[in-house]
Design a protein around this ligand. Structure first.
Ligand SMILES: [Zn+2]
Length: 79
């Protein structure tokens, strides 16, 4: 058995606990960031008529359902 004092046991316990929370936090943030980028990519803002619509096709140029003009995808809406 490894001899360990109570203070070292508490320190190791807290370090492992906090490291696990930190790793889970980073993982959830990465997943949340990827999902928000995917959702923002599907939203398209028409620069001609100003309508907003959703398109899940992989094409870069999309036809607006209101006015029929071609729109380019952008991650930032309205720019
Ligand atoms: Zn339009």
């Amino acid at each position: 058995m490894i001899p360990i004092t109570l203070s070292w046991f508490v320190f190791v316990y807290l370090a492992v606990f906090l490291a696990a929370i930190f790793i889970l936090w980073i993982g959830y943030e990465i997943i949340r960031h990827r999902r928000s980028n995917a959702i923002a990519r599907n939203r398209v803002f028409c620069r001609i008529c100003g309508s907003r619509y959703t398109d899940i096709s992989p094409a870069e140029l999309l036809h607006c359902p209101s006015c029929g003009s071609l729109n380019e995808r952008s991650l930032r809406e309205g720019i």
